[in-house]
Design a protein around this ligand. Sequence first.
Ligand SMILES: [Zn+2]
Length: 504
Amino acid sequence: MTSRKFNTVILLGFLWLAACTAKPLTVSPISPPVASPSVVPILATRSPTPLPPSPSPPTPFTSSPSPVFTPSPTPTPSAGGRTAGDPYAPELGNTGYDVQRYTLQLDLDPSRTIIQGTATIEATSILHNLVQISLDFSGFIIDSLTVDGQPASFSRTDEKLIIDLPQPLLAGDPFTIQVVYRGVPIMEASPFVPFINHLGLQFPTTSNLYAVSQPDGAHHWFPANDHPTDKALFRFEITVPAQFTAVANGTLIETLPSGETTTYIWEHAYPMATYLATVAVGEYEMIEDRSPAGVPIRHYVFPDVRQPFLEAADVTGEALDWMSDLFGPYPFESFGFVTTRIIRASLETQSMVILSENMLNEETVVHEIAHQWFGNWVSMESWADMWSNEGFAVYISLMWQTRENPDSLNVFMQNLRAEVGREASLDPLGDLAPHRLFGFDSYQRGALMIHNLRLLVGDQAFFRGLRLYFERFGGGTASREDFKQVMEEASGMELDDFFTEWLE
Ligand SMILES: [Zn+2]
């Protein structure tokens, strides 16, 4: 792909493309446009933001074994902190509960931007005497809301749906929230990707729709604890006009035709961050395959791009097995790409990757496969660690390109070093301005940092450390401290100085 001939609008799309996939070293970097001031402040405050009053911590253990005849003190009612504490999106998340599973029943039609949905959220209380919770949810009319089948009172702000629980819950108590909602999704730009109109559901044509939500767009299409620290299982029941196929993460369990519509039921039985959930609706053809080692592959492709898709995705099975050998077994039940129209953006949506019809190339394919380990199987504890997510995807894509001649990787990296010297921002890599999170620094500077770490600790410790990282944190999240500790353990070296120098 060449960038220079595109007009401004396409350039903006291409930047987002660059944000989600690797950029070839031969392409001159383009600085991400600075978001207009009216957009930036909405979500992007990196300084601590005043948050809703955080309830005093409960004292479940100090009040336990009370003498039989002495009534134990009533624990303080608790609502959980209305934030996951992420410096980049302090308004998102809630720490009072842990979502186990989302079931999203959605009526979708690419020719209409209206969603009709029911979200069923099975969760477990983390706190004692939990009396109120919040979900992240923007827009839509709520027709009904129940907790364990009973109507519950709720209130709303721009970003939060605040729910009073009919009965206080103890830590470990399960509960189920069901939200019936409808309407047109809010379509406003995220400060992190100001060069695209909005995150969440995209309606590029009257015959295609799909969801891309990284980093903060999932709650623009379903109510969620919208931060990677609360991963959950997902089930999708997507009803679409009969000419379309509905695709989502995981495995297609059932197809239920009913007159003019068909309902597709998908399940993904692996923990997944909310931003990695997706649905795509289009007139798709399914292409089935298997990696040489046996990973099931199922792609959903527009028939008119079948040939270029097959050429680009030909390496899928080989790349899955190559990465399995390097980092540990492919973590999910199957893998596939689903093609999308127009917008130049691809996203590593877990086990079913959104692949733009304008990005059918091997580099994008390998980059998004790498994310299945880096970002998906182990997710960032904070958006501040985008360097690890994208830096690894870029680096692994370069390792793949040079796998026949590993020495040539050093030549690539020398060029990259020069490019980073010229183009990188002055922001610390671990504390980038929000609009740079999906830009040159996270991707190219991140890859350079990872290469330097490998040179410092040596190949054996580097790959041993990565395998240990996935064994220890697979299915969950990890912080930069976790990553550093694993690398220290694998190498026997003290790496404080290295991480401080690169990130701070
Ligand atoms: Zn990426």
